[in-house]
Design a binder for this molecule. Structure first.
Ligand code: GLA
Length: 718
């Protein structure tokens, strides 16, 4: 709900309140973001005189009022606020944005050319204006009442008659009072080690979480939690910041001299500087803010619900798939492909995905990207005939593509060398033998649209794995003038989204799965187009449990591409039981990435049983409430899936190792109906209260990476 009381703006969700106020000189002050209190909270905004914190001209006789110490809603560079600031224009002197009015609306708010939060939401737009620069910043707020979320972005307009460079244009700033107990949770990693949760104290300092790789990246994720040292899964306050963007980003946090903390989130200004042409608005991507006073678990559930309801595209297709990559890599022919399909069909798999290597001269990663013509010699005939044969076995067909890339050794690059991002008079940086196509160039986007429309429209393709296997360098586009070259990083993303938008709307029945060397572009921006994303190339049970654990802080399990792969694992060399691998993959989209034909009969039989089991529990994974019961540091990663009526519960996870002479572990469940009775598969009955206060006893297991999979059904109420 949005209320305006004189000069105070109140945005209220079910459990949170966000408040701002227009100060005496038209500076927009941040007042409060936290629990819903039922009243304006501006009585808290006390200020004192801090040395070396000056005043804006009009306030010069009151030294307690300083832009350097006030909580500001959208702080800009150069007006005496020496903290990190959200916006800056080129040149030495400042951007002084003052209040110039507001509007309230309701409806679907689209951010032009960018992924965004869907649906009918209440909107508040606050206009800020710099009278000297004639730059207007419209701060847009959407209120998602149910999911306790505030969605923010900014629209910049230049009303001068000449262009102005925006050197920094963050999507939001948030000033919060913090303490020496405040902590940050972020999700750093690398290829094969994505989103490994890190929790760190916050000192008087500036901390940056960012990517300038042209993707949201394996190394950092555009998401952050700010909470108290004492905040747990079930208790305490937590704020979440989630950026709806897949390119180079920056989240910056500064705890200042007053112990207040400022958080900025936006497109990374280190690689983007936007030229604002007169009267051509520039829209920043959205940032979603979450607040929970019931711990991290509730914060995650709010984010999961918002993503499922308002970010993901509509999709009713949730197949169990087999992917050929780790089974054959580039080394296959029709016979090998069909042998895998035969096994998959026998074992009740739904979808067959032919991964990399099916096109052009693609027999290694050094050639072929860009030449999206099926290699009929390798496929032993046309792609259409292969698909028909696979369909005839009762399997749907899916295909791997990497549209944004080109190998030097490709017909496409030979024909259009200027279609790759290459700086003049320089040799381009190469990664995995490939270069990045210039998606700032509309001709390239059109070409790719035609190319993939032909491919996807020509045969019965039900699924596409959209990969992206390198970071951007050489940020130079042959179609942009010199003065706009610093826009390449963001324009590239606009091109990617444009292409994704065109192809996903042309083929609404195709399920698109995102991928970037595993989970190098796992973010809310990509999820707007691809309802699932390959979580990591690392499918080792032990490592995956940590990756999926970190991923779960913002992203729901239905988005996590997860497969059972071969042992010893191709990334780590570790061996885990089939059950353990299946338990981990069943906490995501589920599928296989191995040569099923190599399995012994017993394992094959088990796969049939596992597939049936997954279909049974799939609704819980897709729609259930997700609760983390135990974290990797406890040697036990355990998750509780609860269906919306709390009728069915699944507790699943991995116990890393058993120790000699230890009592079996107990684990307490959460969010159950205390008075209901729950029955396990063995017929034991527990009250909800018993499960939440006493817990379940985990069966004593031996060995390492032991699977846990406990199902409970709600019975008769007392
Ligand atoms: C990336 C993906 C893999 C596979 C290969 C193919 O690394 O993450 O799953 O598709 O590309 O080249």
């Amino acid at each position: 709900m949005i209320t305006v009381l004189d000069n105070l703006f109140l945005l209220e969700t079910e459990n949170s309140s966000y408040q701002m106020k227009v100060g005496a000189q038209g500076l927009l002050m941040h007042v409060w973001y936290g629990a819903r209190t039922g009243q304006p909270m501006d009585y808290l905004n006390q200020t004192i005189d801090f040395g070396f914190s000056g005043q804006v001209y009009e306030d010069q006789f009151d030294r307690t009022i300083s832009p350097d110490t006030m909580m500001l809603e959208y702080p800009c560079e150069g007006i005496g606020d020496y903290r990190i600031t959200a916006a800056k224009v080129e040149g030495a002197y400042g951007l002084d944005l003052r209040y110039a009015g507001y509007e309230i609306g309701q409806g679907e708010y689209e951010v032009t050319g960018l992924p965004h939060v869907r649906g009918n939401l209440e909107q508040l737009t606050i206009h800020l204006k710099d009278e000297v620069h004639q730059i207007q910043a419209d701060l847009v707020y959407l209120v998602d009442v149910q999911n306790d979320a505030i969605i923010r972005n900014v629209v910049f307009t230049n009303t001068l008659s000449k262009p102005v460079k925006l050197e920094r244009s963050f999507s939001m700033a948030l000033d919060l009072p913090t303490s020496d107990q405040t902590e940050l949770i972020s999700f750093p990693g690398s290829h094969n080690k994505e989103r490994l949760l890190t929790r760190q104290p916050l000192n008087q300092n500036i901390v940056t979480f960012s990517s300038k790789r042209g993707t949201s990246s394996h190394q950092q994720n555009p998401a952050l939690v700010i909470c108290d040292k004492a905040t747990t899964e079930e208790t305490g306050e937590a704020y979440g910041v989630l950026f709806v963007y897949s390119g180079s980003f920056k989240i910056e946090v500064e705890k200042d001299q007053t112990t207040q903390t400022r958080i900025l989130c936006g497109v990374n200004p280190e690689v983007t500087c936007w030229t604002l042409d007169p009267n051509v608005p520039f829209e920043t991507p959205q940032t979603i803010l979450f607040y929970s006073d019931q711990g991290l678990g509730q914060l995650s559930r709010n984010s999961h619900n918002l993503i499922r309801q308002r970010i993901l595209p509509k999709n009713d297709y949730h197949p169990i798939l087999i992917n050929t990559w780790e089974a054959v890599y580039f080394d296959f022919d029709r016979q090998k492909l069909l042998a895998i399909a035969d096994e998959a069909a026998k074992l009740d798999v739904d979808l067959y995905v032919m991964d990399d290597g099916w096109f052009g001269a693609r027999n290694s990663d050094l050639a072929g990207l860009g030449d999206w013509t099926p290699n009929e010699e390798k496929l032993g005939g046309t792609l259409g005939s292969l698909i028909e044969e696979i369909n005839a076995k009762g399997l749907d067909f899916g295909i791997w593509i990497e549209p944004e890339m080109v190998n030097k050794n490709s017909d496409l690059f030979r024909a259009h060398p200027d279609w790759a991002l290459i700086a003049p008079n320089r040799k381009p940086a190469i990664s995995r033998g490939q270069m990045v196509l210039d998606l700032c160039n509309p001709e390239v986007v059109d070409y790719l649209e035609t190319c993939f429309t032909n491919l996807l429209g020509s045969s019965n393709i039900r699924y596409v794995k959209w990969d992206m296997n390198r970071s951007l360098a050489d940020l130079y586009s042959s179609v942009l003038p010199e003065e706009r070259q610093e826009e390449v990083s963001h324009r590239y993303m606009l091109g990617v989204y444009d292409l994704l938008g065109r192809l996903t709307s042309k083929f609404p029945n195709i399920l698109f799965e995102g991928c970037s060397g595993g989970g190098g572009r796992f973010d809310a921006g990509m999820l707007f187009y691809t309802p699932q994303i390959w979580c990591s190339d690392d499918t080792d049970v032990h490592e995956r449990s940590k990756i999926q654990y970190g991923t779960s802080f913002f992203y729901p399990p239905c988005t996590m591409g997860a497969h059972v792969s071969e042992v010893p694992n191709h990334q780590t060399g570790r061996t885990a039981s089939l059950d353990a691998r299946a338990v981990m993959a069943m906490a995501g989209t589920y599928g296989y990435e191995l040569d099923l034909g190599k399995l012994n009969e017993q394992d094959q039989e088990e796969i049939r049983t596992l597939n049936a089991k997954f279909r049974e529990i799939q609704p819980l994974v897709l729609e259930g409430d997700y609760t983390r019961l135990s974290a990797p540091e406890n040697g036990l990663v355990l998750t509780q899936f609860t269906d919306p009526n709390q009728d069915r519960i699944l507790v699943s996870g991995i116990l890393y190792e058993t120790r000699p002479t230890t009592m079996p572990r107990r684990i307490r469940l959460q969010n159950l109906d205390p008075n209901a009775r729950y029955q396990n598969k063995e017929g034991q009955i527990f009250t909800g209260q018993a499960l939440m206060k006493g817990g379940l006893v985990l069966e004593k297991t031996t060995g390492t990476d032991c699977p846990i999979f406990i199902e409970l059904q709600k019975g008769v109420e007392e």
